[in-house]
Design a protein around this ligand. Structure first.
Ligand SMILES: [Zn+2]
Length: 84
């Protein structure tokens, strides 16, 4: 399960307990970067392609406490991860 933020001006996605910010979007493809990219130089990325997601690179920090109230749960298919 993946969670999308409701705010249009600040698109975000939560997957596997981590939050990602939109970096690049092209039709049904989007690339997201870990919210901690500037804080801890985290390299973790998430790609969404339609209903599929890929998680790339491990996080170098603990997952944040996430408030799921303003997030929309969405069923997505995990294609690949090297983040375990
Ligand atoms: Zn991270």
């Amino acid at each position: 399960m993946v969670y999308f933020g409701r705010a249009r001006n600040h698109p975000k996605v939560v997957a596997r307990g981590y939050e990602y910010m939109l970096h690049y979007k092209d039709q049904d493809k989007a690339r997201w970067r870990c919210k901690n990219i500037s804080k801890t130089k985290c390299k973790s990325r998430l790609h969404t392609i339609g209903r599929h997601i890929k998680v790339l690179h491990m996080h170098n920090h603990e997952g944040p406490i996430i408030n799921y109230e303003n997030l929309v749960p969405t069923m997505m298919i995990l294609l690949k991860t090297d983040a375990d």
